[in-house]
Design a protein around this ligand. Sequence first.
Ligand code: F6P
Length: 490
Amino acid sequence: MAAVRRKLIVVANRGPASYERAANGERVARRGGGGLVTALRGLVEPHDVTWIASAISDEDRVVSGENEGRAFDETSREGASFRLRLVAHDPQAYDWFYNVVSNPILWFVQHYLWDLKESPNLDDAFHHSWEEGYGAVNRNFADAVLDELEREPEATVFFHDYHLYLAPRLVREGRPDAALQHFVHIPWPQADYWHVLPLVARRQVHEGILANDAIGFHTPRWRRSFLRCCEDFLGADCDFAVGTVEHEGRTVRVTANPISLDVKEFEELKESEAVLEAERALQPSRPEQLILRVDRTDPSKNVVRGFRAFELLLDEHPELQWRVGMLALLDPSRQDIPEYAEYVGAIQREARRVNDRYARIGWTPIDLRVEDDFAASVAAYKQYDVLLVNAIFDGLNLVAKEAPLVNTRDGVLVLSENAGAHDELGDFAVTVNPFDVAGQANALHEALRMSASERRRRIEGIRARVREHDLAAWLAQELEALPGLSTSRR
Ligand code: F6P
């Protein structure tokens, strides 16, 4: 039977590709970073996609200018064609949008990252950045969407993430009948924590996103919080069982559908030359038992407490010294934001402190590598005995799905109860509270000592879940929630 193709306008801050100039002057397209982009690239092949993203690199801005800000034809690395529209925002507005509002404020709200007696201090910088940065960039995105809808009025618009809470309302005002959907890739915190934001901002966030017809979250936990916020902040009528919000005469559908991965892609990747080479490079320094973590250097990932838990493990079980090591592969992230730059310093200090205490010639307890090296991460996925994912809060955490899929040692997943992935994988993981350092040390010990049959049972359970609910299943479920579908036949 012919596959159903849908006309989609995907709207996300990052595009599937970002342009650069190579040393020889040639323009090259680099795969856009982050889990969201990895997942959404899967949309491009089976559907008619126009992707609207910010022009982030200098070369993106040049490409955008060459196309007069309009969409142009692009081909994915897998050979699928799509249209890409790069929006070149005013650089100052984009800085306020990304480095003042989206990441240090909205990201921090949504991951409960503040020590409230100290921060945040929402001074004038926040207020004008909200309007002239976050608001301005959202207006640019909305204008681009409206322009694309002129061309294809029946297309469905698929917004992504916390960068774009205001755009749906602006599009709805311009096109009351447009089919709009939003997926939120990060947690939705409880109503009280949203009270950190001034009234006007938290109302705009909720009113903005409710202009969609459907809103997706990874888990029922984040969905429940969202519905509760809609009740509290807007007095909206919410049905928690069905997952709907009645707002301004419209019914908005709210779903929980955890994102997943392309199983085939990872199975091919694990045999790729780059990964095999990285695996060979890992071997000489491999301890008898390897504890691994792979993260961005994001405060929500809880790297420092993870090192402390490992230190406690070595304190309490001296017999593990020399035999067990922790490998931390950390991708530097958002380094123009002081909180993020300082967090890298905190990570380095803590690793140094533990290593100074325990290292002996020939054994370094924590092998810390702060670099963007995807092949090395996949190689380490294959090699771990214990995978530590102890996020403070996390929308989902794709590492918890990717790594078990390709692991060759029946490694054990130690998983934060506050990672969205815990909802699906908790039965097969050793659960930790991310603040309980002693509990994490015990969990690491339990994982290191687990019997072979139990390890096998658990990792097979994770794999079965990931295979059953893979990226295609996630996409299919998302698109089912999209109203006003426009389909074409291949
Ligand atoms: O959903 C959160 C997210 O957008 C992920 O897709 C990705 O891992 C990360 O944040 C990327 O952040 P940034 O685009 O700021 O590098």
